[in-house]
Unconditional design. Structure first.
Length: 541
């Protein structure tokens, strides 16, 4: 039997040219993945995990270059002509990219995007490719899959877009799947379903999986072996059980121990209400391009939701992908049309037009779920962070704005020297910190944080949670914290609302909801979040 690794990297290096000089993202890493094996690569944000694989697969940005060796079944990929690489990529080796919104073409419907690789690599007819695309969407648990075939990427939730990317990657039954943070935007129950699906396909097809992630719970439950990266180098490797039980390096132990700590001090009951929603509804047309059709008359994304947010309070909103969490957050900030009443500091903002809303925008900020999609690729990080100051504080000069950018970047643990670089030069986790810095620079009263820690490793999550708590104490900020990561929600929230199908199914103080959930749905979320290994074992049985 051929024991040649499916993928073998030897002394692989990746370098980027930048205005501040060369940046060495990957510094001589080596790893191998055998047939049917699941290998995880973990490490802090910016450690080079994603760029290592982008370099191996010839997918670096224009200012990047790779050298060293990356062999697929013994065939050298580094330096291989693009036409030859294209015969391997998408058919034999597929990738699930970290940010699905920027990986999906905004101009094409989901059906076309899944069907195209089936027609190119699988030689299927258009009709057969469409049937296979529908089968794949159902396989990855997309609700109303037939209707969603005709949707554009922006019409899907973050978790649904990520499932579309997984469907595309699995379309041609590859023998190597490179999954870069494939469950980042997925709620815990869908995570378990997707991991079970991958495990089943791996067993049936003999597929190898290279799993790049910061989620150590998934690594422990899913991976055979693990590599640990730091600052572009491999610092530890071994069988997953061995590394988790007895890590050889202090850095690995730090990663394993870096859980969000403590609980938020409760907000004073007499604190004034800053933001309130009463019977908020958001409805989208469910047909092609948003037009109504007999099959899909409408989608009620948010249904009669009422809430209050006091000064200094953090309200956590949890629920499965597509439950309406992000839509509710955008509606409360008047970024989406809605019905019902929305009040900010006693003013009913739900009746204000765009011009009348503008004075309130400085105090109502949002950190979006997809940081790369919300950061302008044409602006430097410094310009992105201070963009809001140009609009809301035009009296501030360039020197003062630059000083504000330095402070904001330092607060999210980024070196201010990077402010002359562009978004594509950063990892997903670093981009998420840039997005948080952009919101914080205005010191708003209310921030809607939509999955603000989803792309962050645990050590940086811990820092960001501590930062958000500190800013809340110093400035009296209020947060609407939308997340599928229940351990983070538990650490930062005063109270929690659980959403399902656009409705609130449970709400209450955080400690009460987590210790004694009243609904089966909430209990299922909790179990999938805190006992993933047991859930996967049950599904396998």
């Amino acid at each position: 039997m051929d024991d040649t690794p499916v993928l073998e990297l030897t002394d692989l290096r990746v370098r980027f040219d930048s205005p501040d000089g060369p940046v060495e993202a990957v510094r001589g890493v080596s790893l191998h993945v055998a047939r049917g094996e699941t290998v995880a690569v973990v490490g802090e944000s910016g450690s080079g995990k994603s760029q290592m694989m982008m370099g191996a697969m010839g997918l670096l940005a224009a200012n990047g270059c790779a050298d060293g060796s990356a062999r697929y079944h013994g065939r050298e990929l580094v330096g291989m002509p693009k036409t030859a690489l294209d015969r391997i990529r998408g058919r034999h080796v597929t990738m699930i990219f970290q940010e699905p919104m920027t990986s999906l073409d905004p101009l094409y419907r989901i059906e076309r995007q899944i069907a195209e690789p089936l027609m190119v690599h699988g030689r299927l007819s258009r009709r057969a490719a469409r049937a296979r695309a529908l089968e794949l969407l159902e396989l990855v648990q997309i609700p109303r899959a037939a209707a969603r075939m005709q949707a554009y990427p922006h019409e899907l939730s973050g978790g649904q877009r990520q499932r579309v990317m997984i469907a595309m990657a699995l379309a041609n039954d590859p023998d190597l799947l490179i999954a870069d943070e494939p469950t980042t935007a997925l709620d815990v129950t869908i995570q378990a379903e997707i991991l079970s699906l991958l495990a089943d396909l791996q067993q049936r097809l003999g597929m190898a999986i290279l799993f790049i992630t910061h989620d150590l719970g998934i690594v422990e439950a899913f991976a055979d072996r693990v590599y640990v990266m730091r600052a572009g180098r491999m610092v530890e490797e071994g069988a997953t059980a061995q590394v988790f039980a007895a890590p050889a390096r202090t850095y690995t132990r730090m990663l394993l121990d870096a859980e969000p700590e403590g609980r938020k001090a409760p907000v004073d009951a007499s604190a004034p209400v800053l933001l309130a929603g009463q019977n908020v509804n958001v409805t989208f047309g469910g047909g092609v391009g948003g037009f109504l059709t007999p099959e899909t008359p409408e989608l009620k994304a948010v249904q009669d939701v009422s809430l209050t947010l006091q000064r200094g309070q953090t309200l956590g909103i949890v629920g499965e992908s597509g439950s309406g969490k992000s839509t509710l957050g955008r509606a409360l900030l008047r970024l989406l049309p809605s019905t019902g009443r929305i009040q900010f500091e006693g003013t009913e903002i739900s009746v204000l037009d765009r011009r009348a809303m503008r004075p309130h925008r400085k105090q109502l900020q949002m950190v979006f779920q997809d940081p790369y999609g919300s950061l302008s690729p044409r602006l430097t990080v410094g310009e992105i962070v201070t963009e809001g100051l140009l609009v809301h504080a035009p009296e501030i000069g360039a020197e003062e704005r630059d000083a504000a950018a330095v402070r904001a970047l330092q607060e999210v643990d980024l070196d201010p020297a990077v402010r002359n670089r562009f978004p594509h030069e950063f990892s997903g986790g670093q981009r998420q910190r840039i997005a948080i810095a952009r919101a914080l620079v205005l010191t708003p009263d209310v921030i809607v944080l939509d999955e603000p820690t989803s792309a962050l490793d645990r050590s940086v999550q811990k820092q960001v949670i501590a930062l958000l708590r500190d800013l809340q104490t110093r400035h009296g900020m209020s947060y609407l914290f939308i997340s599928h990561d229940l351990s983070v929600v538990q650490a930062i929230s005063d109270s929690v609302m659980v959403m399902k199908d656009g409705c609130i199914v449970e709400a209450g103080p955080t400690a009460e909801v987590f210790s004694t959930p009243r609904t089966d749905y909430t209990r299922r979320l909790m179990r999938a979040a805190f006992d993933l290994s047991a859930v996967l074992a049950e599904r396998a049985a």
